[in-house]
Design a protein around this ligand. Structure first.
Ligand SMILES: [Fe+2]
Length: 391
């Protein structure tokens, strides 16, 4: 067996009230990166209070917007450089946790702050972190898994459409992930559904596309099973504490799986579709789910069978497993109010055709690794999704 490496945070605290564990984290000056929703809802205070009470001086930057701009992250880093924290925290959805990571990266390496995004994308991976501060990620949604990944996304507006630039640095892996379900427990049903579906797709897409790994497979398949079972309860009754906790913990498990395994074409294409039509990420993944998964059926038949079986289906063979799995996932999405087709998501045919070429080009060139798939293959998958093709 080849030698493999598993990236995990130094510590993961999970369960209701896990944020109180911050009292044990060593440091004197804490800088919290978050957004106005977290600061005005009282969630930020749930983080700051245990820190203050254990003797920290604290400062907060709460100006992170969805898909934060480079300018916002530079401002946050400037504030951190003035304050000189020894702990940086990111609280919120993926945008806040990513903005926190990049604040940390710039704080530790101020020369990176001056680079424009294309150069930063190339250079960022070479710079070390952990010299001046540790990083604590606290998700307020049960979805992105950013609390357990070494990547951050920055929004960039181009002439044709906004795109997402992915910054990778293997040492940008959070020291601590705090998966405390009291933060997502106030999400409305539509955001619970959208973010939960993202987490489900992380788990399933990773399980189907990843090269076999006992560690990653175990996290991915268990996360898939848990989210499949508990997400509907979490959407239909946000007060269901057990459902909230199960989905939240599973989303973090899926995050560890994807940072050690792979995602595939569903995510590659969903990023571009979402940017082009301003569709929330979980919904974009839903629109790409059938075509994106089926692309792997020939080479990962056994995985389809295992994924189907883990949610209680009894397939005859790989093709039957894929058909049953996709049908079950259609039922799940209908149940939680997530669109399955482009038409349901309000995408107009002319707009889709106008942007098809650029979406396919960006799918192939913008991810961390250029795709092996050809322009025609990617366009074909977008078209299959447009037509709603499935098994
Ligand atoms: Fe995702």
């Amino acid at each position: 067996m080849a030698v493999r490496r598993l990236f995990v945070p130094k510590e993961v605290f999970y369960g209701w009230g896990a944020v109180e564990s911050l009292r044990q984290w060593p440091g004197k000056r804490a800088f919290l990166v978050t957004d106005k929703i977290m600061s005005s809802s009282g969630h930020a205070e749930k983080v700051l209070k245990p820190l203050r009470e254990s003797g920290y001086q604290v400062q907060m930057f709460d100006e992170v917007e969805p898909e934060p701009s480079h300018a916002t992250i530079r401002r946050s880093a400037d504030r951190a450089l003035e304050f000189q924290p020894d702990v940086i925290l990111g609280l919120g959805g993926g945008s806040c946790m990513d903005a926190g990571k990049l604040t940390w990266l710039f704080y530790e390496n101020p020369q990176l702050k001056e680079m424009e995004l294309p150069q930063l994308r190339e250079e960022a991976r070479r710079y070390p972190l952990h010299k001046k501060a540790s990083y604590v990620a606290i998700p307020s949604t049960s979805g992105t898994g950013s609390e357990c990944t070494p990547v951050a996304v920055v929004g960039l507006h181009t002439e044709k459409m906004p795109i997402k630039v992915i910054i990778l640095n293997l040492s940008m892996f959070p020291d601590v992930a705090i998966s405390d379900a009291q933060f997502p427990s106030t999400m409305p049903p539509s955001i619970t559904a959208d973010t939960g579906l993202d987490a489900l797709v992380h788990a399933l897409e990773c399980y189907i596309t990843n090269r076999p790994s006992d560690f990653v497979d175990a996290l991915a398949i268990k996360a898939f099973q848990t989210i499949y079972r508990w997400l509907p309860k979490s959407v239909h009754n946000g007060q269901d504490k057990e459902a909230r906790e199960r989905v939240h913990t599973a989303a973090t498990m899926a995050g560890i799986a994807i940072s050690n395994g792979t995602l595939g074409l569903i995510h590659d294409m969903a990023h571009q579709l979402g940017s082009a039509f301003h569709i929330a990420h979980g919904r974009s993944c839903s629109l790409m789910l059938d075509a994106g998964l089926l692309f792997y059926l020939d080479r990962a038949g056994e995985r389809f069978i295992e994924a189907a079986e883990i949610i209680g289906l009894r397939p005859k063979d790989a093709r039957d497993a894929a058909a049953k799995l996709l049908a079950a996932l259609r039922d799940l999405r209908k149940d939680i109010g997530i669109p399955i087709t482009m038409q349901q998501a309000g995408v107009k045919e002319k707009d889709f055709m106008d942007l098809l070429e650029v979406m396919a080009t960006n799918t192939r060139t913008l991810p961390l690794r250029p795709l092996k798939e050809t322009q025609e293959q990617v366009k074909d998958l977008f078209m299959k999704s447009w037509r709603g093709e499935t098994l």
